[in-house]
Design a binder for this molecule. Structure first.
Ligand code: ADP
Ligand code: MG
Length: 392
């Protein structure tokens, strides 16, 4: 579906549902991490990129204080009152919208009622951050409706993260919302999750970033994610006895970890080692991309994949046929698990001239191994959230 067809579809559905046309359009992109699994909550680094898969929100302001919200991707939806926002157990997906409204209102921002229809091309639960897309597009629309907000995109991202943490109840880091709010066309972002700043990096011209979606739904139950976080915290606490300035794994080097590894339970030591190494890989990937050093890109992605599998243990065995298919495919430079793990997508760097044969090979090989039809597609670095302009 091209943008014109997509717009026509959303506009038609909006008219049918609400009896009039939308007057405001906003978009917020999904994102893929090129390096940096689970480094965000350790206050480390991530190489992240907003992608050309995004969430649209078409809307029209209302005169009352109600929000009517529906989605072309999910059943359900309904109305809520901005003066009495409650959690919705029947259409839980609307809690992302309700949560954003709640948090911004609590922070003193003026909100206006609207009729809204969501449409997204970000797959759910694949590690490309459809939830952040929905939160950030909601905040962007609320800002457009009020026209009086003074808020920088970093704060907007943090408040969206808070909505997911506090209202939805998912204890995620800020990476997803930051990428969706601050993405830049043609660039990846090397994000410092402590300072909440980034510098841009370019993907070498001859390379494409290709998403290889295993179609194995990410089973990141709150418990696995929470357990990894707790193990990192335990590691820091114990190591802080030797290095009192350390508050997060970001503050520790591999040499420091090695020195006192014996003071940690074995599983905690493995988790810490992965995060410390992965942080360094993010910085090294920044160098490798600007030098167009394919040998380094390959080594770094391989290190990330193997660490995620053997140290952080976030690779579901069911997804291993995907990495095998990628590594055998023509044009592969390197690949790793994207997102938080336990299913979802791999991200590959592929020679641009081989992108099509690569995709065909991976589809065929993975399907033959697993009987699952994967989705394999190149992505471009896209701009962050904002009003959606249509050429008239
Ligand atoms: P991810 O962010 O990796 O895609 P999450 O589990 O964090 O996975 O978020 C997915 C959830 O976000 C969906 O199950 C749904 O509740 C909500 N969501 C995201 N996009 C939309 C959409 N376009 N319409 C309705 N709900 C959505
Ligand atoms: Mg999410």
């Amino acid at each position: 579906m091209n943008p014109a067809e997509r717009r026509a579809l959303v506009e038609e559905e909006f008219r049918q549902r609400f009896g009039h046309a939308p007057t405001l359009w906003a978009q917020a992109p999904g994102r893929v991490d090129l390096m940096g699994n689970h480094t965000d909550y350790n206050e480390g680094y991530v190489m992240t990129m907003a992608i050309d898969r995004n969430t649209w929100l078409a809307a029209r302001p209302r005169k009352d204080r109600k929000v009517a919200i529906f989605s072309l991707n999910v059943e359900g939806g309904g109305e809520f009152n901005l003066d009495d926002i409650r959690r919705d157990e029947i259409s839980p997906w609307t809690n992302y919208v309700r949560g954003v409204a709640t948090v911004f209102q609590d922070e003193g921002f003026t909100l206006h009622g609207f009729d809204g229809l969501v449409h997204s091309t970000i797959p759910f639960g694949s590690g490309l951050s459809s939830s952040a897309g929905l939160e950030v597009v909601t905040a962007t629309l609320l800002k457009m409706l009020a026209d009086t907000w003074h808020i920088d995109p970093v704060r907007l991202a943090r408040l969206c993260q808070r909505a997911e943490n506090e209202f939805v109840g998912m204890n995620c880091g800020v990476l997803d919302q930051y990428s969706s709010a601050l993405g830049q066309a043609g660039h990846s972002l090397l994000l410092d999750c402590r300072e909440l700043t980034h510098r841009t990096a370019s993907i070498p011209e001859g390379l494409k970033v290709v998403i290889c979606d295993t179609r194995i739904e990410r089973e990141l139950t709150g418990s696995e994610y929470g357990e990894r976080r707790a193990q990192c915290e335990e590691g820091v606490q114990r190591l802080a006895e030797f290095y009192p300035a350390a508050t997060h794994l970001r503050d520790l080097s591999l040499a420091q970890l090695r020195e006192h590894e014996a003071a940690l339970p074995a599983v905690v030591a493995k988790r810490c080692r992965f995060i410390i190494e992965e942080n360094q890989r993010v910085l090294d990937l920044g160098e490798a991309l600007s030098a167009d050093d394919r040998t380094a890109i390959r080594a770094l992605t391989e290190g990330s994949y193997l660490g995620a599998r053997d140290l952080y243990e976030i690779i579901s065995p069911a997804t291993e046929p995907m990495i095998q298919a990628i590594l055998e495919a023509p044009g592969t430079v390197g690949a790793r698990q994207a997102g938080a793990g336990f299913g979802g997508c791999m991200v590959a760097f592929v020679e641009a001239r081989s992108a099509e044969v690569f995709a065909e090979f991976v589809r065929t090989r993975y399907q033959a191994e697993t009987t699952i039809t994967p989705e394999v597609y190149p992505v471009q670095a896209a701009p962050g959230a904002g009003p959606l302009g249509f050429p008239e």
